[in-house]
Ligand binder design. Structure first.
Ligand code: BDR
Ligand code: CA
Length: 311
């Protein structure tokens, strides 16, 4: 089994991703670290605790950063994920508490020492916690097996600005640090996540076949579905579960290898830029950046089928 830490701004599609990862036989969840974005850090952590409790999972939840490294914080994207980050479904009193002694960054470092070269980080929110962990322990990268991110937009427009995707523009400095570190990164950007779409009929089906988890999914995704309807779409995109689909069945994706960096200021802030040979070797700002990977195509039907099977 692949040992993973999920780092999430626990909103609606993050919750779907956590459900997917816990249902799949190929993952061992080592921990869930939280960040801000879809919800405030407090709501994100509370949602994480609630999901773990509801699923009866025994994995630690560790609270992380509440603001980006350098840019000014933005309010949570409650118009996509609801005021509570979970589509405004009623979250009952949660008994599970986050670990209190470590920060998310410290937890990631600690676990990398317990499981050297075995741990995969799967950040599905802003990359703040991961950048903080690298800053706290520059040797971290050498102990991590790989990093599989949901984020970026390469050959398609962004979803926040014409060039920027939410997880990257939410903390562009953090993302630029993560892409420049000496570890293997695969990013699953909007290029593929917007090609996998779930419609109302699919949700009704999972609710019938699995009333417990499927019914819950149908309930908390209603707000997300309505947001997508307002955008003129007839279903919602599968952003955060996609890195897990990739980890489980990489053959469903086509990828490109490139050095990747992030624009940290100006009109194109948050843009993910891919540099290929020979420019990569020729330009000084790229020479030190290792080659990573982004996904650019997906077999949408098969990816969706796998997702719905897990649900
Ligand atoms: C990403 O932004 C967040 O709203 C989603 O949870 C996802 O991680 C998509 O751009
Ligand atoms: Ca997310």
């Amino acid at each position: 089994k692949e040992k993973i830490i999920i780092d999430a701004d626990v909103g609606i599609d993050d919750t779907m991703a956590i459900l997917y990862a816990s249902a799949s036989p190929v993952f061992e969840l080592i921990g869930l670290t939280t960040t801000f974005g879809n919800a405030s850090i407090e709501n994100s952590t509370r949602n994480a605790c609630y999901i773990i409790e509801r699923l009866g999972l025994d994995i630690p939840v560790v609270q992380g950063a509440s603001v980006p490294l350098i840019i000014a914080p933005e309010p949570p994207t409650d118009f996509v994920h609801g005021d509570n980050g979970l589509g405004n479904v009623i979250v009952p009193t949660v008994h599970k508490k986050p670990q209190s002694t470590l920060s998310a960054a410290q937890f990631i470092i600690e676990q990398s020492k317990l499981y050297p070269n075995e741990l995969t980080l799967v950040p599905i929110g802003r990359l703040t916690n991961i950048a903080l962990a690298l800053r706290l322990d520059p040797t971290l990268a050498s102990r991590i097996k790989r990093v599989v991110i949901m984020g970026g937009a390469f050959e398609v427009p962004g979803n926040v600005t014409p060039v920027a995707e939410a997880n990257i523009i939410g903390d562009p400095h953090a993302a630029d640090i993560v892409f420049q570190a000496d570890w293997d990164v695969v990013t699953i950007p909007l290029d593929v996540t917007t090609k996998i779409m779930v419609v109302e009929k699919d949700l009704a089906q999972v609710a019938i076949s699995n009333p417990l988890a499927g019914g819950f999914i149908k309930e908390f995704t209603q707000f997300y579905l309505d947001f997508h309807y307002e955008q003129g779409l007839n279903g919602f995109y599968i952003h955060d579960p996609s890195p897990f689909i990739y980890l489980e069945q990489p053959e469903l994706f086509s990828t490109k290898n490139a050095a990747i960096r992030v624009v940290t200021q100006g009109m194109a802030i948050g843009q993910t830029i891919a540099a290929f040979s020979p420019q990569r070797e020729r330009l000084p700002q790229w020479q030190h950046v290792k080659v990573n990977t982004y996904a650019n195509q997906v077999d949408s039907d098969k990816a969706k089928k796998l997702l719905l099977t897990r649900f």
